[in-house]
Design a protein. Structure first.
Length: 370
């Protein structure tokens, strides 16, 4: 991008923190844009949050400890306040992280052209929220998609999904990246028994935490650390080689990363009808040098044939059918780390954000001609 632009970054419904994967991504994107000479500001619309590590932003909170009607009225009020703040900011372009429609967010289009980032198939993912929210999403999603000027997908699969085909908008495909310069690769430990790490959050069926439990149960000669989860199956005894750490700060979970030989990314994308992805956690694993197990087509890494990646099928029984392969891979990866020179051109965020900025410039110019 040749000209300096002012970018308003919009995040809906969720409090974004520096310790979360999405929060880290947003922070890195904004800081990269600034380092390349542009202005950028985050506008965060979410339930009331008291987290100390909330991203720097203009914040528009609505009450969470109230009835449904009061909460939804508060959500709308906060969205209106955010709209006024964005208008005062006078951006050249608005970058919207995909989220469920809230009135009157479509009016952002009256301020500047909107590029919406598509991170998931919302029709499938919102089924996880129950019938009410799923129906509401199906009913209202068109208001938002009709108002945007362009769509930026994180995978080729999403860009070709029937869920979005009726919204004929200019599009680009930019998978999730990571700023490798922020990460110091961890030295390989000297473990006799391989240690595997998984980091995630409760409530996401596509993480496949139940499968990791099965892996630990079936292979007692592996040690598995899980960050972000309490006991996923309270009625089942935990295998002795399966360690749950709950939510940890980055400093604390890095001490566990440092003892790991390898990592597991999401194991059940099939549960939300996806075959392709670029999860942020997999980029973080690789940035720290951890060999990684992938159970999906990675947008950036699928054509990479290297010894530090193990690719298994995206099926419900993948741990049953490929458990021994995982076990053997774990033993093979003891004392080894990722070759950063191989992954850097594929997942580094600066390359990706330059591409995104060029796309922004194209959309801004098209808007001027209308």
């Amino acid at each position: 991008m040749k000209n300096k632009v002012r970018i308003a970054y919009i995040s809906l419904h969720w409090a974004r923190t520096l310790s979360s994967g999405v929060g880290k991504k947003i922070h890195r994107q904004i800081e990269t844009w600034k380092s390349l000479g542009h202005e950028a500001k985050l506008f965060m619309h979410s339930e009331e949050a008291r987290d100390r590590d909330l991203l720097a932003s203009e914040k528009f909170f609505y009450p969470s400890q109230s009835g449904i009607l009061q909460r939804e009225i508060g959500r709308i009020r906060a969205a209106k306040e955010m709209l006024h703040a964005v208008k005062r900011y006078q951006p050249d372009i608005i970058f919207l992280r995909d989220g469920m429609y809230v009135y009157p967010i479509h009016r952002l289009a009256d301020i500047a052209p909107i590029v919406e980032e598509i991170n998931t198939n919302d029709l499938e993912q919102h089924k996880e929220l129950g019938m009410g929210y799923s129906f509401y999403n199906r009913l209202t999603r068109g208001f938002l998609f009709d108002s945007v000027s362009a769509l930026c997908y994180v995978s080729k699969e999403l860009s070709e999904s029937p869920a979005f085909e009726k919204f004929q908008k200019p599009k680009n495909i930019i998978a999730n990246g990571i700023d490798l310069y922020e990460f110091i690769p961890l030295k390989a430990p000297n473990n006799n028994i391989p240690k595997i790490i998984f980091i995630g959050s409760p409530g996401y069926t596509w993480h496949g935490i139940d499968k990791i439990y099965t892996l630990a149960k079936n292979f007692p000669d592996l040690k598995i650390d899980v960050v972000g989860y309490e006991n996923p199956s309270p009625n089942k005894p935990l295998p002795k080689n399966f360690f749950l750490h709950g939510y940890l700060s980055e400093k604390k979970y890095l001490s566990i990363f440092a003892t790991a030989d390898l990592a597991i990314s999401s194991l059940a994308m099939h549960r939300v009808n996806l075959t392709e992805a670029s999860p942020l956690k997999s980029r973080e694993y690789l940035a720290y040098g951890l060999p990684t197990i992938l159970a999906y087509k990675d947008t950036d890494l699928d054509n990479l044939n290297v010894d530090f990646l193990l690719k298994i099928p995206n099926t419900e029984d993948n741990i049953i059918t490929h458990g021994k392969l995982i076990r053997d891979f774990a033993y093979k990866m003891r004392g080894k780390r990722v070759d950063r020179d191989i992954i850097s051109p594929l997942i580094d965020t600066r390359t990706k954000e330059r591409k995104r900025l060029d796309f922004f410039e194209k959309i801004i110019e098209e808007a001027k001609r209308k």
